[in-house]
Write a protein that binds this ligand. Structure first.
Ligand code: UD1
Length: 419
């Protein structure tokens, strides 16, 4: 029953190190299933989704321990090929473990995945991709049962560049005889990271980051030590927060090259952004003119995972703006919560029109999903009085402690236990 309580009005300043990318760590943990050895992952972030994924690996027979800031997995004795519904419902990453379990055991049984409720989130592309590798998929009673005894490399044409489907098929191809090619692949940086991790363990993959990925099957993956990339969505969240609150914040351990869609929208119009190596410095005087239009797109377009946060910014901007959500059809659940805080937002289908107001006011709101929850916290930072955000378990899925980070930067924010 924990809630986050924010008193709005403080500007932000100081320095903050950004942690590893959730959306890299999760597929890399799924990729660890392919490794018959020790997997050492540095900069281990304790997001709830990552903890749940480690639970899935342990249920398959893997062993894990934490040493300093590294996660050490022993994947030699894996003996399971099933992810039951009580574990699969905790994180969406269970679905892209299908490819790696199949690769290792040529058989997999995985319950339907959980994750953010931001749309229908079908898995047809995952299934079509695996079928192209000659996997027999049976979809019955909430479980996908996959028989990969006759698996071989093949060509997969994705109708849409789905991140999860690209990762799933990539992993399925690693230990499969022959060449697998993925056309219209997703180009997200986390897919490049997965390729780099798997190649370091002995896989032969090229092309990640482009629309065509080629995987040449190998016999075995061994031990590997790897440091996943930093989280571009957390970085973006704090860039937007500083832009809204005003102040001078430097974020370290970032990948500015992964955030060009956001930086190009904000720099010089909402704030000043200075980039040096892995450091991003944001200098802002607070409220500014609104950005006319933002459309979420697959990478390198504007990330859907920053849509609620940029909406919070637009809610207090000077002028009117339009946000079009192209990825997920019901990813506007945070709108009704922002409206409780005085935001003027109208939605119609996949579009939202936001008329910026001078002030939001504190209210009791609920995190509807992970990024929606982050957007509400940001709104609370600039609202008059106290905002109480409930259902913060959603936020903990992808931020180790958003309240500790923002407090470090000068926000009046804390977690409170409510009975
Ligand atoms: C990943 C990210 C998520 C991000 C999303 C889009 C992880 C753990 N999650 O999610 O944070 O919001 O990418 O950048 O990396 N689709 C289908 N059929 C399928 C699969 C997807 O129609 O089989 C559609 C979806 O409904 C959606 C679009 O493709 O409209 C994008 O989804 P996808 O890229 O697969 O997102 P995820 O991998 O679930």
């Amino acid at each position: 029953m924990d809630k986050i309580v924010v008193k709005g009005g403080n500007s932000l300043s100081g320095e903050l190190e950004v942690s590893s990318a959730k959306n890299s760590y999760l597929p890399i943990l799924a990729g660890a299933i392919l490794c018959s050895g020790e997997v050492i992952l540095h900069k281990y972030p304790k997001y709830d989704d990552v903890l749940n994924m480690i639970g899935i690996l342990e249920n398959l027979g893997g062993k894990s321990k934490v040493q300093g800031s590294s996660l050490i997995l022993d994947m030699t004795c894996l003996n399971g090929f099933e992810i039951p519904s009580n574990l699969a419902s905790l994180t969406r990453s269970s679905i892209f473990s299908l490819g790696s379990i199949l690769g290792r055991f040529k058989y997999a049984k995985v319950a339907y995945p959980g994750g953010c409720e931001i749309g229908a989130r079908p898995i047809d592309l995952h299934i079509k991709g695996l079928e192209a590798l000659n996997v027999k998929v049976i979809d019955r009673r909430g479980y996908l049962t996959c028989d990969g005894r006759n698996m071989r490399g093949g060509d997969v044409h994705l109708d849409f560049p789905s991140v999860g489907a690209t990762e799933n098929v990539m992993m399925a191809g690693v230990l499969t005889k022959g060449r697998t090619r993925i056309f219209n692949a997703a180009k997200e940086p986390e897919i490049v990271d997965l390729q780099n991790f798997l190649n370091k363990a002995g896989a032969k993959i090229r092309g990640a980051g482009t629309t065509t990925i080629v995987i040449d099957g190998v016999e075995k993956l061994g031990s590997v030590e790897y440091t996943p990339i930093s989280d571009r969505i957390i970085t973006g969240t704090y860039i937007i927060a500083t832009s809204m609150c005003g102040g001078d914040v430097t974020l370290t351990n970032t990948r500015p090259d992964h955030l060009q869609a956001l930086i190009s929208k904000l720099d010089n119009s909402c704030c000043k952004i200075k980039v040096k190596g892995d450091r991003i410095r944001v200098i802002s005087s607070g409220r500014h003119k609104s950005i006319n239009k933002i459309e979420t797109m697959p990478y390198p377009g504007f990330p859907t995972d920053l849509q609620p946060q940029i909406m919070a910014l637009e809610a207090i901007s000077n002028g009117t703006s339009v946000i079009v959500e192209n990825l997920f059809e019901t990813r506007f659940k945070h709108v009704s919560e922002l409206v409780k805080m005085g935001a003027q937002i109208l939605t119609e289908g996949r579009s939202a029109v936001i008329k910026g107001v001078e002030k939001l006011y504190g209210a009791e709101v609920a995190a509807t999903d992970l990024r929606g929850g982050a957007g509400l916290v940001l709104a609370g930072l600039v609202a008059d009085g106290y905002t109480v955000v409930s259902n913060i378990g959603q936020i903990k899925r992808g931020y180790e402690s958003i309240e500790t980070d923002l407090k470090k930067l000068g926000a009046d924010i804390r977690k409170v236990e409510f009975l």
